[in-house]
Design a protein around this ligand. Structure first.
Ligand code: PMP
Length: 392
């Protein structure tokens, strides 16, 4: 029976890690996997997380089951940051459940949309590859539109056309901030327009917020999703704490539901609980409990926000330096300066990406995607010179 299965391709980014590890060159640069790195290339555990983990170790008195919704203290503690401190539940119209990472939350969102009758999801491409994989696995079609223009800004015409041609049973997937892989976010004015277009068409927004605080700031990065939520009757929001709390492998996320009233929210979440029960039963507790502890202590919250500020400042410093490099070889670096978050795409072809690796020891995805946090003040000039060389 099992020999009916066919070999699946290895994850390209994981294969890249292996190649990078095997490269003896001292000055090699890893721009592959999407984790934050400090100026010395480390991905440390946050101090605030360490402190809250100690607290959890000392105070947690049971590991008995919680339920498919996970730690609701965590789910609720996050809401003022996501939806605004003034009215985080939007008058009882938003509630949520914990999920195993942003991936688990996206999976739940897509499965709930499908269960509710959504047949197709409009999505800007390129996108995080797992969006399409999840949709395929759940059995929802993806209708792609072009996310960005060659000039490095959002392709609003393509988005407008996609929404204009949408059917009543369509949903639309949007990245809240720090678009993966392009780094190209909508401006506030574009979000204002998008919110109106979605409202007018009556399609279901699925909003993926995986990098809040890594772009322009916690409040600034929530502008788009809050604008959409202010207009629409219903939405699904997939949230990840894996980047903004540095929790990657511990899988911390939440799914939020906006519906017309609290009763409708509860019905949707009861379906979420059923789906979770059949998939992972309940989410891993540890990271959610720690985030709850951080957010319920003013000192730890301040410390966490400060660590996030340091990360964002470093990435924006790297971006400013990239943006200032002007045109090098055939690549205009200016757009990297205004893009947001961990990722950007360098317009290189497959041969050029290979030359970056073989000739210069710069490891990046085949798509040309780079993790800008892999760049430091110590290696950025080498990177820019390598791009100039392979595109000369
Ligand atoms: N959405 C997007 C756009 C992402 O880039 C990622 C992470 N790469 C996720 C969701 C999921 O994040 P995680 O499962 O690691 O929390």
């Amino acid at each position: 029976m099992l020999n009916n299965l066919k070999q699946q391709p290895a994850d390209a980014l994981l294969a890249l890690i292996k190649l990078h590890n095997a490269d003896p060159r001292e000055d090699k640069i890893d721009l592959g996997v999407g984790v934050y790195r400090t100026d010395t290339g480390a991905t440390p555990v946050f101090e605030s997380v360490k402190a809250a983990e100690k607290l959890l170790l000392d105070t947690q008195d049971s590991k008995a089951y919680l339920g498919p919704e996970g730690d609701m203290g965590f789910v609720h503690a996050l809401m003022p940051y996501v939806f605004g401190a003034a009215n985080p539940t939007m008058d009882g119209r938003i509630d949520g459940m914990q999920a195993p990472g942003g991936t688990g939350a996206v999976r739940l969102a897509v499965a709930l949309a499908k269960k509710a009758g959504v047949g197709r999801i409009l999505m800007g491409t390129p996108s995080w590859p797992n969006h399409a994989q999840i949709a395929a696995d759940v059995g929802v079609e993806i209708k792609g539109f072009n996310h960005a223009t060659k000039a490095g800004v959002a392709d609003m015409d393509s988005l407008r056309e996609a929404i204009a041609g949408a059917e009543a049973t369509d949903a639309i997937m949007l990245h809240g901030c720090c678009h993966n892989p392009t780094g190209i976010d909508y401006t506030d004015a574009e979000w204002d327009e998008i919110a109106g277009l979605i409202k007018a068409k009556g399609i279901l927004p699925i909003l993926d917020l995986a990098y809040q605080g890594l772009g322009q700031g916690m409040e600034e990065d929530a502008y788009g999703i809050r604008r959409v939520l202010a207009e629409v009757p219903e939405a699904l929001i997939a949230y990840s704490c894996d980047k903004n709390f540095g929790y990657y492998r511990d899988r911390v996320g939440a799914l939020y539901v906006l519906a017309q009233n609290a009763d409708a929210v509860n019905i949707v979440l009861s379906n979420g609980a059923t789906l979770a029960r059949a998939a992972w039963s309940m989410p891993p507790d540890h990271g959610g409990a720690v985030v709850r502890l951080i957010l319920s202590d003013a000192g730890l919250t301040a410390s966490w926000l400060n660590e996030l500020d340091v990360m964002r400042a470093r990435m924006n410093e790297v971006r400013a330096k990239l943006g200032g490099a002007g045109v090098q070889g055939s690549v205009d670096f200016a757009p990297f300066g205004t893009q947001n978050g961990l990722f950007s795409i360098v317009p290189l072809n497959g041969d050029q990406v290979l030359a970056m690796r073989e000739k210069h020891g710069v490891y990046m995805a085949g798509s040309g995607r780079i993790n800008v946090a892999g760049l430091t003040m110590g290696n950025i000039d080498k990177f820019i010179a390598a791009v100039a060389d392979v595109t000369a």
